[in-house]
Design a protein around this ligand. Structure first.
Ligand code: IDP
Ligand code: MG
Length: 140
C-alpha cells in the first residue's frame, strides 16, 4: 500500500442538493484527505476534454449536458490506497447496483446523475488531478 492522490468530482446533482459537506465529511471519516478543492462551473470544453475517453459512447452528449448544467466541486483526495478506496466509497456506476452505504447508493438518482466521479487507476488519477490543479496546489 502507498499514499496516493486521486481526483474526485462532486457532480451537479450533489452540489444542487447541498450535499457537498456531507460527502466531504464521509471521505474524511474514511481517511481520505482533501488536499485541494475548487467549486467551478465546467464549460462544455472542460467537460468534453475531461471525458474525452468516452466521446464515442452513446451517452457522451447527455454526460456533457449534465456535467455543465450547474457547478461542481473538484477535489484532490490523498490517503492510503486512495484510488481504490475512493472507488469503494463511491460504489458502482449504476446506483441500482451500488453496495449498501456507498455514496451512489445513498445519493445517486440514476446511472447518469450519479453524484460523484473518481479516477479509476493511478495513471488516470495523475492525469485527472493535473487536468484541474497545478502541482503547487496539491503539494500540501
Ligand atoms: P464511472 O464514473 O463509475 O467511472 P464510467 O463508465 O467511466 O463510470 O462513465 C462515466 C460517467 O458517464 C458515469 O459516471 C455516468 O455519469 C455516465 N454514464 C455511464 N454510463 C452511462 C449510461 O449508460 N447512461 C448515461 N450516463 C452514463
Ligand atoms: Mg470512469
Amino acid at each position: 500500500m502507498a499514499i496516493e492522490t486521486t481526483l474526485s468530482i462532486l457532480k451537479p446533482d450533489a452540489v444542487e442538493r447541498n450535499l457537498v459537506g456531507k460527502i466531504i465529511a464521509r471521505f474524511e471519516e474514511e481517511g481520505l484527505r482533501p488536499v485541494a478543492i475548487r467549486r467551478m462551473h465546467l464549460s462544455r470544453a472542460d467537460a468534453e476534454g475531461f471525458y474525452a475517453v468516452h466521446k464515442e459512447r452513446p451517452f457522451f452528449g447527455e454526460l456533457v449536458e449534465f456535467m455543465t448544467r450547474s457547478p461542481v466541486v473538484v477535489m484532490a483526495l490523498r490517503g492510503e490506497n486512495a484510488v481504490a478506496r475512493n472507488r469503494e466509497i463511491m460504489g458502482a456506476t449504476n446506483p441500482a447496483e451500488a453496495a449498501e452505504g456507498t455514496l451512489r447508493k445513498l445519493y445517486a438518482k440514476s446511472i447518469g446523475e450519479n453524484t460523484v466521479h473518481g479516477s479509476d487507476s493511478a495513471e488516470n488519477a495523475a492525469i485527472e488531478v493535473a487536468y484541474f490543479f497545478r502541482t503547487t496546489e496539491v503539494n500540501g
